[in-house]
Design a protein around this ligand. Structure first.
Ligand code: ADP
Ligand code: ZN
Length: 570
């Protein structure tokens, strides 16, 4: 179904974008046709436009439900900068301000209203809504309604009542992370009525992933940052102290870096954040408290100087790089000494189930960092997406040379054990059985009596983990969803097991030296530099972050390099 010229024209006029990004057109169309929507789109995929554009077109007010009160002001500023009337309502506002907003709403003078879910739970708020024309509900971070995900918020459960109280109003739910099982729980709990369902690819083709062994993180980060003069980047550290120390170290070496963590005075935190957003400080050293809801399009690199605790976090944080679509670099410094600290944090989690989930996720993170499979394939696989190309070309392992090895024998041993274990166990247990591990679980389940017990002692634990991962990514084994994924033999796997097919693994031959990937040499382009200066100034004068759009507008306005503007707005 094609988007009308009018919709595209409105997008161009309001947002300055010339084309839709993948999936945006379908979602916007569905909302305009008053259909429910469920969309999983990665960070930076362009979710905001999907509800802001229909909100600008449809009569009435779009109610946006968003979990974090602290981000509402930023969201509001961004929407208002587009020229749309918008308000938010939350508990941080004085009664008089709340009354003013309610007045605006009743007067029909508000295209978008941002509220947190606890507001929606209030009966008198709902009574106000019932008297308004509501174009649709947009639910951001919709995975918070699912207790199978990683960010459950009980407040979100009241959103199940939208359907009952506003039966004629469409609902569009968005999230950046949802496995299939979380997805079905969201759709069910919200009661979406045969929604348009979109699962965008999580692939971020412009990001280069690299993992380097951590030897001396200060030096490594300094060299990395020095090789990218003038570029904007985020360096993540686990502890506040490391944040402070690294920011000082960089500053002492003539890299203006500001620290950011939850322990700073709010005024200083805001000042540092703004300095970074406005390109006044090119580098921010931060804990993961930094970045939520920040839309800075031109972040050119994200460095993790410590191991993140899971791949979701790693993906979210690296996702802050390259939102403008230009090449950006993600460097992870991996040292095994980070692991005990993370394990210690995990051991402090009270409840058993969350503790086990956290520790499984940490193991997956370690496998990612220690493994030598294509990084992109591994990340996408984690989110349940199959990456088909054999070499992505934009990660450290894919830049090395690749060799193909016959692993048929190894695969058959693994497939036979999975079968003997009746496809009821996860990767770890299968590997333990193969290598003849003596675990309590094995003894308790009597798996030491099985034929496959010790069938793989020719190889070590890590090799078997790699083998199983490779088999999963090639679709010879599959992993179930849910809390405790088990591995099963696929149809393709049966052909290998029964001797009707062979199994070839793709093994990268790692380079010894870290790859230093130099993106297109933009800083050498005088026009780019000039526009960047102007953009910084304009942003400061308007008190908003510098955006690609301002840059494009300026380029067009001054008739400066039309091709440059086209290039940027793609
Ligand atoms: P998300 O909320 O999915 O993380 P955003 O809505 O913040 O992503 O969009 C990410 C970036 O992409 C923003 O800088 C936004 O301006 C830009 N963007 C969104 N849609 C388009 C488009 N159609 N063309 C060009 N840039 C876009
Ligand atoms: Zn790759």
């Amino acid at each position: 179904m094609s988007t009308t010229i009018d919709t595209i024209e409105t997008m161009r006029r309001l947002f300055g974008f010339h084309k839709f990004r993948p999936n945006q057109a379908e979602i916007v169309n569905a909302i305009l046709e008053r259909r429910d929507v469920f969309a999983v789109m990665p960070t930076g995929g362009g979710k905001s436009l999907c509800f802001q554009l229909p909100a600008a077109i449809l009569p009435g007010t779009c109610v946006v439900i968003s979990p974090l009160i602290s981000l509402m002001k930023d969201q509001l500023d961004a929407v208002r900068a587009l020229g749309l009337s918008a308000e938010y309502l939350n508990s941080s506002q004085a009664a008089r301000e709340q009354a003013r907003v309610t007045g605006q709403l009743k007067a029909g003078a508000c295209r978008l209203l941002y509220v947190a879910p606890e507001r929606f739970a209030m009966q008198d708020f709902r009574a106000v809504l019932k008297r308004l024309t509501i174009s649709f509900f947009a639910i951001d971070e919709a995975h918070c309604i699912s207790d199978w995900g990683h960010d459950f918020r009980p407040d979100y459960l009241t959103l199940s009542e939208i359907m009952r109280d506003f039966p004629g109003t469409p609902v569009a739910a968005f999230t950046a992370t949802a496995t299939e099982s979380v997805q079905s729980q969201i759709v069910h709990r919200l009661g979406l009525r045969s929604p348009l369902t979109v699962r965008a690819s999580f692939n971020r083709p412009n990001l280069f992933y690299e993992v380097v062994q951590k030897t001396d993180e200060d030096r490594q980060v300094l060299n990395f940052v020095r090789s990218r003069p003038g570029q904007s980047g985020i360096i993540y550290r686990t502890t506040r102290r490391d944040v402070e120390e690294m920011a000082q170290f960089l500053s002492a070496n003539e890299i203006p870096a500001v620290p950011y963590h939850a322990g700073l005075e709010p005024a200083e935190r805001t000042r540092n954040q703004e300095a970074f957003i406005r390109d006044e400080a090119p580098v921010v050293v931060a804990t993961i408290a930094f970045g939520m809801g920040i839309d800075k399009p031109n972040v050119r690199y994200v460095v993790h100087a410590d191991l993140p605790k899971n791949l979701e976090g790693y993906y979210q944080e690296t996702g802050r790089a390259g939102r403008d679509g230009d090449p950006a670099h993600c460097l992870l410094l991996y040292g095994f000494e980070d692991v005990p600290r993370l394990k210690f944090f995990i051991s402090k989690i009270d409840k058993r189930e969350p503790r086990e989930i956290a520790s499984r996720k940490l193991q997956q993170m370690i496998d990612f960092a220690a493994g030598d499979e294509c990084r992109r394939r591994r990340i996408l696989g984690y989110f349940g997406e199959r990456y088909r190309a054999s070499v992505c070309g934009a990660c450290d392992t894919c830049q090395g040379t690749v060799e193909y090895v016959d692993w048929t024998e190894r695969a058959r041993i693994a497939l036979a054990s999975v079968t003997e274990l009746e496809e009821r166990f996860g990767v770890c247990h299968v590997v333990d059985v193969l290598i003849r591990a003596d675990t309590a679980r094995i003894r308790q389940l009597r798996h030491d009596d099985l034929e496959c017990y010790g069938a793989g002692t020719d190889h070590g634990k890590k090799e078997w983990r790699n083998a199983l991962n490779e088999m999963i990514s090639q679709g010879v084994l599959e992993q179930s969803g849910g809390m405790y994924p088990v591995v099963r033999v696929t149809r393709k796997g049966r052909t290998v097991l029964e001797g009707r097919a062979t199994f070839t693994a793709r093994r990268p031959v790692r380079k010894v030296e870290a790859v230093v990937h130099t993106p297109a040499s933009e800083p050498d382009n005088p026009l780019f530099e000039h526009l960047r200066d102007v953009r910084r100034r304009v942003a400061r004068e308007e008190g908003v972050p510098p955006t690609t759009r301002q840059q494009v507008d300026l380029a067009v306005e001054w008739n400066l390099g039309q091709s440059f503007a086209n290039e940027r707005s793609r």
